[in-house]
Ligand binder design. Structure first.
Ligand SMILES: NC(=O)c1ccc[n+]([C@@H]2O[C@H](COP(=O)([O-])OP(=O)(O)OC[C@H]3O[C@@H](n4cnc5c(N)ncnc54)[C@H](O)[C@@H]3O)[C@@H](O)[C@H]2O)c1
Length: 284
């Protein structure tokens, strides 16, 4: 069996989960693992020959050990610095798609993914119905999309004004709206919390990061859950009616966890789907 060789960038919660998943599969193999702190890789007994010392060297490291897919699960800044290089070299799965809220980053990657030899894959994460959203966007008939994410205040990693509002939710013990608006700005304010919204903006490509609406709610009553509500409407028909879809996904989550339990399995499934679609931007 030909094994797909995967380069893993980041070895935190998701990276370690994916490492275990990839090494447990007959059809997948690790090409390299990079982490900002090397000792974490050594502590986890990652074989020495798989450890990439410097991300700057990933091309030469994979010269004799072909790499089919590079997966980032570290930080959005990785895509900004290395996204284009990764995509020139292999298919690229971007685990922190909030990076695409930077217009220059998105435009550069879209052009390269369209004209080049490799595909850019965006995991759906906790987004339900991503393919359906994309189909409506392809047809140009997606009129609006709103993603509401409700979590316990301890599940957010925020700073500035949003963090202050989050503290208000804790003190008042009432559900508090932290943000309501276009998701481009929100991606910069809460990069670790709204990857699902960024995936939605990619799927809803006729609306994009400016027109997809994101709502972030801190709710002390949401302990144990990440709740994601998706509301989509289609274009108005000549008789004035329009398609309307509402879904609510309740994802069990440990108290204080940024990532819901089912999202890990969703990531593994995305790794299997991030394959063979050719050049372009693909939801997986
Ligand atoms: N798409 C999704 O639905 C989804 C779900 C969960 C996590 N994520 C994203 O995946 C990434 C990893 O998540 P995690 O839960 O494993 O996080 P984590 O904090 O457990 O691990 C992050 C890893 O990346 C490293 N890192 C952090 N900042 C870095 C930087 N600026 N440059 C290089 N390395 C850096 C850390 O040392 C750590 O090893 C995050 O960006 C997170 O937002 C996306």
């Amino acid at each position: 069996m030909v094994k797909r060789k995967i380069g893993l960038v980041g070895f935190g919660h998701v990276g370690q989960y994916l490492y275990e998943f990839i090494t447990s599969r007959d059809n997948l193999e690790i090409a390299f693992v990079w982490n900002r702190t090397r000792s974490v890789l050594e502590d986890a007994a990652v074989p020495k020959h798989l450890i990439l010392e410097s991300l700057e060297d990933f091309e030469s490291h994979t010269l004799n050990r072909k790499c089919d897919l590079i997966i980032e699960v570290a930080h959005p800044s990785i895509t900004k610095t290395y996204g284009m290089r990764f995509l020139k070299h292999a298919d690229y799965m971007i685990g922190s798609p909030t990076a695409l809220a930077d217009e220059d980053v998105e435009t550069g990657l879209r052009e390269l993914a369209t004209e080049g030899a490799h595909g850019l894959y965006i995991p759906v994460g906790a987004l339900w119905g991503a393919e359906d959203i994309r189909r409506l966007a392809d047809a140009g008939t997606l009129h609006s999309l709103c993603i509401t994410m409700t979590k316990h205040p301890a599940a957010f990693r925020l700073s500035g004004r949003l963090d202050e509002l989050n503290q208000t939710a804790v003190e008042s013990q009432t559900a508090t709206v932290l943000y309501d608006g276009g998701i481009r700005a929100l991606c910069g304010l809460a990069p670790n919390n709204v990857n699902t919204m960024a995936a939605a903006a990619v799927a809803a490509h006729n609306l994009g990061f400016d027109k997809v609406r994101g709502r972030l709610i801190a709710d002390p009553a949401a302990e144990g859950w990440h709740i994601i509500r998706v509301e989509a409407t289609g274009s108005k028909l000549t008789n004035g009616t329009q398609l309307s879809v509402v879904t609510e996904r309740r994802n069990p989550a440990e108290t204080g966890a940024v990532t819901g339990s089912a999202t890990y399995a969703s990531f593994a499934s995305s790794v299997l789907s991030a394959h063979g679609k050719g050049p372009g931007f693909h939801i997986c």
